[in-house]
Design a protein around this ligand. Structure first.
Ligand SMILES: NC(=O)c1ccc[n+]([C@@H]2O[C@H](COP(=O)([O-])OP(=O)(O)OC[C@H]3O[C@@H](n4cnc5c(N)ncnc54)[C@H](OP(=O)(O)O)[C@@H]3O)[C@@H](O)[C@H]2O)c1
Length: 275
């Protein structure tokens, strides 16, 4: 299979390059392929004639999106539209990677793919707009919503906690936002399964189980054997530009029904990442 990866130097892109070995991979960083420039997208898709484009490029700074909404829409929505339009012309399929932050977090139970999105922050709104554009442009699409991602490359919560542990004996972490930490390697493996199936549609893909950011931090220090005290905070105590959903746990319903595929528990995936 001929596969283009956009945003290939990010957390997920880096894992996909490893997991998809054996396929013909054309992996492009932002410098090599800026998805906000339609001619750039056209040239790459015409030249490399992919069967599928795995679209990982995104503006992922959730707080940054609040003050840079134009840029966020340009990258997360219009950029995805540029890719979808070229895929339509050439017959390629497209994977659009989306987020748990398309939901408002008020359901109190894991979200199905069939639940109605209602994003509360700009990042979520721009990602939902990207989903809509892709869905409306291209029948051959996979929308893959994931959450709380950490990988070997790039920035993430796990690395931030480990950095803080180098200089601090105590860290403060919110204990009233719940989600599912997801190892980017596990997500990449599930995406491989999807693209080899041609079963298009919306898929929730996170490691199984859920926790708060506080629980997540505690587990990171426990696994690494670090003596760091974690203080639980409530969201009101920290002043962040973007509102976060309280409970954005996703149910991997379509993955389990269509493929009988179970994602492993988040604790197990974290232990493998850290050891
Ligand atoms: N990280 C999470 O917790 C999380 C959670 C849910 C969903 N997701 C989604 O999962 C996908 C992958 O996330 P990730 O964590 O791998 O993100 P990431 O590490 O931030 O990678 C995204 C990549 O896209 C690149 N990029 C930004 N603007 C671009 C442009 N105009 N053209 C081409 N590339 C551009 C970035 O380059 P620069 O770094 O140089 O800007 C970066 O290398 C994204 O769609 C994200 O929305 C992530």
């Amino acid at each position: 299979m001929r596969i283009i990866i956009t945003g290939a130097n990010g957390q997920l892109g880096a894992e996909l390059k490893k997991v998809l070995e054996g396929h013909n991979i054309y992996a492009f960083s932002k410098e090599q392929l800026d998805i906000t420039i339609p001619t750039n997208v056209r040239e790459k898709i015409e030249e490399f004639e992919p069967d599928v484009v795995i679209h990982c490029a995104a503006y992922t700074n959730v707080d940054g999106c609040e003050s840079n909404a134009d840029l966020a829409y340009r990258v997360n929505a219009a950029g995805a539209g540029n890719v979808a339009a070229e895929c339509l012309k050439t017959g390629a399929a497209m994977v659009y990677v989306s987020t748990d932050y398309v939901f408002d977090g008020q359901k109190g139970q894991p979200y199905y793919e069939f639940d109605q999105p209602d994003p509360k922050n700009t990042y979520g709104k721009t990602k939902l707009a990207g989903e809509e554009i892709v869905k409306n442009t291209l029948r051959k699409h996979y929308i893959v919503r994931t959450a709380w991602l950490y990988g070997r490359e790039g920035k993430n919560f796990v690395k931030t906690m480990l950095q803080l542990a180098e200089t601090q004996k105590t860290v403060n972490v919110v204990n009233d936002q719940f989600g599912s930490p997801t190892n980017a390697y596990d997500l990449a493996r599930a995406i491989k399964l999807l693209i080899e199936s041609e079963k298009y549609g919306i898929y929730h893909v996170t490691n199984s189980g859920s926790c708060s950011w506080y629980d997540f931090a505690k587990k990171i220090f426990e696994v690494k054997g670090l003596d760091v005290k974690v203080n639980p905070l409530i969201t009101e105590q920290i002043n962040r530009p973007a509102q976060r959903p309280e409970y954005s746990v996703l149910k991997n319903f379509n993955l389990e029904v269509n493929f009988k595929y179970k994602m492993r528990p988040w604790e197990e995936a974290l232990i493998e990442y850290l050891t």
